[in-house]
Design a protein around this ligand. Structure first.
Ligand code: SF4
Length: 355
């Protein structure tokens, strides 16, 4: 059922300004409201003390929502990674993950409840698909996860790599990005934001042209036969189509490369031949390759490759001139690592309506 409320956080800064002006308010109230909602993290209009009382009263109306997610639980990994289960108004569960590192704290956001793309190694794909998240639910993940920060921490990077395929929900993702980068909201530099796709070719250029953020492509295989199996979207947009589109993208450079994510699965895609084909695919594109040994989720048929196989794979890539990074997944003890997000404790399935 359609939510009849006006969610303030669904509006990007321009839309918020437009709405206020249409309501008879001054345009600069939008900047004040962005400061309260995002920079200061205040949801209750009563506390927005530099807004006129009459506007605060309107924002408190039962038709307006300033908060779209509530925190159900926050689990903390031994490595400091935190995974939160967040509940939307319709009961849908969304997961977000905070990953502290030496010089950065990265927040991984979800864009859908479940995912329709059904990648074979991914726990989210196994959930099936329920619905897209609204902008307010994407941006409220940032607000709720900021409450889970340690005192000395602040969010320095945001990646759209949680549950869902971001480009299937592109308008909401772009509105969230405009809020993330606005100086009165989260003031994040676009180069600190990364949007990941499994290869939804018709939407890639639209993302790159709309926002100067990083693009990450979840590749995982170097032949169509294997990629059809691992990433079924490949049947619609095979490797040649994907790479032809990537080669046409404007604005790519060594400073703005494409990131290729390659989940390494023992005995499946970790051979020398796989590494050589990967080199051939990315050659000529400004790119960086992130190799991620798989985190098998319960019931998964895949296994983590032994260190020798990982080293061999990385060696072929780096000797061939690729810029390659080994990413050891974080938070695997709390099912927060790549491919493990499944709201497992709160399973919501499309055939079981949420109340
Ligand atoms: S890997 Fe990403 S695109 Fe594939 S099923 Fe999982 S969430 Fe969806």
């Amino acid at each position: 059922m359609r939510d009849p409320h006006l969610h303030l956080k669904d509006m990007d800064p321009d839309a918020l300004r437009g709405w206020l002006v249409a309501e008879g308010d001054r345009a600069y109230r939008a900047e004040q409201l962005l400061g309260w909602l995002y920079a200061r993290g205040v949801d209750d209009p009563v506390e927005m003390t530099d807004l006129p009382q009459e506007l605060r009263d309107r924002l408190r109306s039962s038709a307006v929502r300033t908060r779209s997610l509530e925190t159900l639980s926050v689990q903390r990994s031994v490595d400091g990674t935190r995974k939160a289960a967040l509940r939307a108004a319709d009961g849908a569960i969304v997961e977000a993950v905070l990953i502290p590192d030496e010089d950065r704290t990265t927040l991984c956001l979800s864009t859908q409840v479940g995912c329709p793309l059904a990648c074979s190694f991914c726990a989210t794909g196994e959930m099936g698909f329920t619905r897209n998240l609204r902008t307010a639910e994407i941006i409220d993940q940032v607000c709720r996860m900021r409450e889970a920060l340690d005192p000395e921490e602040r969010i320095t990077n945001v990646v759209f790599m949680g549950m869902g395929e971001p480009l299937l929900n592109l308008p909401a993702v772009l509105r969230a990005i405009r809020i993330l980068v606005h100086p009165r909201a989260f003031a994040l530099a676009p180069r600190r934001i990364t949007v990941s796709t499994a290869g939804l070719v018709p939407k890639i250029a639209a993302l790159v042209e709309a926002a100067p953020v990083n693009l990450a492509v979840s590749l995982h295989a170097t032949t169509d036969a294997l990629r059809d199996e691992l990433v079924p979207l490949n049947r619609r947009f095979p490797l040649a189509t994907l790479f032809s589109e990537l080669g046409r993208l404007p604005g790519l450079s060594a400073r703005r490369p494409i990131f290729f994510e390659y989940t390494l699965l023992a005995g499946v895609n970790d051979s020398v031949g796989d590494a050589e084909r990967l080199l051939t695919l990315v050659r000529g594109l400004p790119s960086k390759v992130n190799v991620i040994p798989v985190n098998p989720h319960p019931g998964s048929p895949y296994r983590t490759p032994p260190d020798a196989a990982v080293d061999r794979f990385l060696g072929v890539l780096s000797r061939g001139g690729a810029t390659v990074t080994l990413r050891r997944s974080r938070g695997s003890d709390i099912d927060a690592a790549c491919g493990q997000l499944a709201a497992r404790d709160f399973v919501v399935r499309p055939d079981r309506p949420m109340g």
